[in-house]
Design a protein around this ligand. Structure first.
Ligand SMILES: [Zn+2]
Ligand SMILES: [Zn+2]
Length: 330
């Protein structure tokens, strides 16, 4: 009897030990504040703009792309509009993209996906694995009624060439401390898409609100860094989504396109108020953010010229050094 009790006790202790096995993803924040649910964070982070309208180096275009380097992982965020822009700009900036295997696509539009096929075709000559893992959200391959969805057209061709598309229906941690939001809940009425755009869904043709629009989230000791492509889901909806679905902590920096180019003064004031609430202290407003909109946010948030800049080709965000703007944007 005593022996079986002892055996039961040992099994219990063994089970308890297994349950409290430390999760390797829960390190830095968990150690600091004792919160075991805190996500992992990265220690090094550099984000370099490779496609946007303004360019002090390279060429500008209506599009967006940036290279994200986090703790040794390289992710190409969007691929610009024209097939050759990102390749040319990277070469001019002395950046070797042939070692980049992971691509993150914010949504299907051609000004974010136009370089994908050419990047794969050129860079695979140096590295067969270059541009071979593409992270996208549900809806990116759906048929559009008003225009040709290039992503739908090139999917099979790229898969036959050894490329894998990872399609997300919800947020997912791609690497420790680096997340894809997946499709974003539209809590607030940030309507950043054309009223006549239509999408074919299993329930019939609907208004195309670009359901696949997703952002890349990097957790750092200073807070989250959020990279957005065209902001169709709304930058505030995106931040709300990160807060409720990933973790509740300050949003240190927002980088990319926020689609505020046509926003009213009232909407900009509303946006600024929410950004303040989220603790945003650094902004690179590129692509469809709009130049006036960026300055409206800068003034409303009382940010210095070093901390709120218009994005330009070759500019850089570093988690330690902050923003290094392009000459034209400084
Ligand atoms: Zn778009
Ligand atoms: Zn865009």
């Amino acid at each position: 009897m005593k022996r079986s009790l002892l055996t039961l006790l040992s099994i219990g202790i063994l089970l308890l030990c297994q349950c409290s096995e430390p999760n390797p993803y829960l390190h830095s924040d968990a150690n600091k504040n004792g919160d075991r649910n805190a996500p992992a964070s990265v220690t090094t982070l550099k984000i370099t703009t490779l496609s946007t309208m303004l360019a002090s180096q390279g060429i500008g275009e209506w599009g967006y792309s940036a290279l994200v380097e986090a703790d040794g992982q390289k992710i190409l965020f969007d691929t610009g509009r024209k097939p050759e822009t990102v390749l040319q700009n990277a070469e001019e900036l002395g950046i070797d993209l042939s070692t980049v295997e992971h691509v993150f696509l914010s949504h299907n539009h051609g000004d974010h996906t136009g370089g994908l096929l050419e990047l794969r075709n050129q860079l695979k000559k140096q590295n067969p694995l270059a541009i071979s893992k593409i992270h996208v959200a549900e809806g990116i391959f759906s048929q559009r009624i008003n225009f040709r969805n290039r992503m739908q057209e090139i999917k099979e061709e790229m898969e036959a060439d050894g490329v894998t598309f990872f399609t997300y229906q919800e947020n997912v941690e791609l690497f420790p401390g680096v997340w894809a939001t997946g499709p974003i809940d539209r809590i607030h009425k940030e309507k950043n898409y054309g009223g006549n755009w239509k999408i074919a869904t299993k329930d019939g043709v609907k208004i195309d609100n670009i359901p696949e629009d997703q952002s890349l989230i990097i957790n750092t000791d200073k807070g989250f860094v959020v990279v957005a492509g065209c902001g169709h889901a709304g930058i505030i909806n995106t931040l709300e989504h990160v807060k409720s679905k990933i973790y509740d902590k300050p949003m240190h920096a927002i980088i990319g396109g926020f689609h505020l180019v046509k926003a009213s003064d009232k909407h900009l004031a509303w946006t600024a108020q929410h950004l303040k609430k989220f603790g945003v202290s650094k902004i690179i407003g590129a692509h469809c953010t709009g130049i006036n909109a960026l300055y409206a946010l800068k003034n409303a948030l009382n940010l210095s010229r070093q901390d709120a800049v218009v994005g330009s080709v070759g500019d850089q965000f570093d988690i330690e050094q902050g923003i290094s703007p392009g000459i034209i944007a400084g």
